[in-house]
Design a protein around this ligand. Structure first.
Ligand code: NAP
Length: 256
């Protein structure tokens, strides 16, 4: 019986973990796709292709050419364009697809969140007076904060913010995490941070700063997720594994 080909759209811890769980399956042939933004991505246990597909049509073409039987969108909850493309490409190529999306964080007692809808609103939420801001939203959208040069920024990202912020006071640290509560607490104190700007990414790897902010009574401007119509979603690796078996059993019985 031939192998069933699965495309995982990745760039996340979840995509990596899913690939790790699937790599030993002799009935499956996995290919994982990265956008190609990170200069040195961590090694992955399955074949990787890198770079954009060229919109939904390009992705649909890839699905057909590579004889993909199932596509799993395991991209970051804030990577909205590729997820919209995946929805459209699945329709165009008539390929089954679902998304794996970790749930967002929920505020708990002691959290001092200011929830906002997007990055521009996060800039506004910092207010007019000077604050010491820990900016942890990734490098691609950091430029929005050029609109608020009165603040003093401490920016953490995996790859450098290029070009750097056009503000008088900004320092940068390159780091990919995961981070521990203790190291985050130390960093917030050492850098005298009084507000964090974060995306509501969910998951555990980036959560320590949110916990540390709670312990220290620091404000968090939390950029919430957009509403995602689109592909049916599961929220855990286990559910994704079940979904794969469920979706592929007809194809496997046919001996595709
Ligand atoms: P995006 O705005 O949704 O996508 C922009 C374009 O990048 C897409 O139209 C697509 O190009 C290409 N692309 C994105 N993900 C791809 C993938 N996995 N494989 C191949 N092409 C991909 O995405 P983004 O926010 O720039 O994020 C880029 C990548 O970083 C994603 O894979 C995501 O999982 C990861 N990431 C994003 C964030 C975040 O906060 N946004 C955080 C952590 C990790 P074409 O239209 O040419 O196909």
């Amino acid at each position: 019986m031939g192998k069933v080909r699965i495309l995982i759209l990745g760039g996340t811890t979840e995509a990596r973990r899913l690939a790790e769980r699937l790599v030993a399956r002799t009935d499956l042939d996995i290919v994982l796709s990265l956008a190609g933004r990170t200069a040195e991505p961590l090694p992955l246990p399955v074949p990787v292709r890198s770079g954009g597909f060229g919109g939904p049509e390009g992705l649909a073409r890839f699905l057909r050419q590579e004889a993909i039987s199932l596509m799993i969108d395991a991209t970051h909850p804030f990577a909205e364009r590729i997820s919209a493309n995946a929805t459209e490409a699945a329709r165009l190529a008539d390929v089954p697809a679902f998304s794996l999306r970790r749930p967002g964080w929920e505020p708990v007692d002691g959290d001092r969140w200011i929830s906002v809808a997007n990055v521009a609103a996060a800039v506004e939420a910092l207010g007019p007076s000077r604050r010491r801001v820990f900016l942890t939203i990734g490098r691609q959208e950091a430029y929005h904060f050029n609109a608020a040069p009165q603040h003093n920024y401490f920016v953490r990202s995996i790859d450098p913010v290029e070009p750097p912020l056009q503000v008088p006071d900004a320092a940068y640290i390159l780091s990919a995490g995961p981070f521990t509560l203790e190291s985050e607490r130390r960093l917030l104190q050492a850098e005298r941070i009084d507000v964090i700007v974060s995306k509501n990414s969910g998951g555990t790897a980036a959560y320590a700063k949110i916990e540390a902010a709670r312990l220290l009574g620091i404000d968090v401007v939390m950029i919430e997720r957009g509403t995602s119509a689109g592909l049916p979603a599961v929220t855990s690796i286990e559910a994704a594994l079940d979904e794969i078996d469920h979706r592929l059993s007809p194809a496997m019985k046919r001996g595709v």
